[in-house]
Design a protein. Structure first.
Length: 173
C-alpha cells in the first residue's frame, strides 16, 4: 500500500499537512470500525485493518523525517532499522561542538541565552538540511538518493539533539 496513493497525494517531501489532515478525517469516517458494528466478522476485521493502514499512513506522512524515510523506502533504501552513521567530517565536528554546549548549559553564566542560541542553531541547521533534502529526495538517481539518505540521517540526529535540549531545559525549570 502506497500512503501517497491512499491519501490521493503526489509523492513529495513537501506535503500540505492541512490537506493531509482533511483526507485523513475523510478516510477515517469511511473506514472506521464503528460503521461496521452490524457487519460480518470479516468486514469488521477488514475495517480494523483499513483503519490501521490509514492511521499508519497519516502518521508516516505527517512528519517530515518519517515521510522522507518512507519516500526513500519506496525507492528501495530502508533507513528505519539501520545503524549507518554520517561520514561528513564537518557535521561530525559540529555535533561535537553542540554536544559540548549541551553539557555546559547547567554551568553556563546565562543558561537561558545558551538554550536560545542552541534552539536557533539547531533550527537553522535543520532547515538547511530540509531544503537540501527537498532538492534530491524525489530523484531517480542512485547517488542523489544516497545523498538524501545521509540528509535524513542528519535530520534524525538534529531531532535527537532538539529533544535532548528540551529535556535539559525542562530540568532547569
Amino acid at each position: 500500500m502506497n500512503y501517497f496513493e491512499l491519501f490521493s497525494l503526489t509523492p513529495s517531501y513537501r506535503v500540505d499537512t492541512a490537506i493531509l489532515a482533511e483526507r485523513y478525517r475523510e478516510l477515517q469516517r469511511a473506514v472506521h470500525p464503528d460503521k461496521f458494528a452490524n457487519a460480518s466478522e470479516q468486514d469488521k476485521r477488514m475495517a480494523v485493518q483499513r483503519t490501521a493502514q490509514v492511521n499508519d499512513g497519516y502518521s508516516t506522512l505527517k512528519h517530515p523525517i518519517s515521510r522522507a524515510e518512507y519516500m526513500l523506502s519506496l525507492q528501495g533504501l530502508d533507513l528505519s532499522h539501520e545503524s549507518t552513521t554520517v561520514k561528513d567530517m564537518g557535521f561530525l565536528m559540529q555535533q561535537m561542538e553542540w554536544r559540548e554546549s549541551l553539557e555546559s548549559v547547567a554551568s553556563h553564566a546565562d543558561p537561558d541565552e545558551l538554550i536560545d542560541d542552541l534552539h536557533d542553531s539547531f533550527a537553522s541547521y535543520a532547515k538547511q538540511i530540509s531544503t537540501e533534502l527537498e532538492n534530491v529526495i524525489e530523484s531517480q538517481d542512485k547517488d542523489e538518493l544516497n545523498v538524501a539518505a545521509d540528509l535524513v540521517r542528519k535530520l534524525k540526529f538534529m531531532a535527537k539533539l532538539q529533544d535532548e535540549l528540551a529535556r535539559i531545559e525542562d530540568a532547569l525549570l
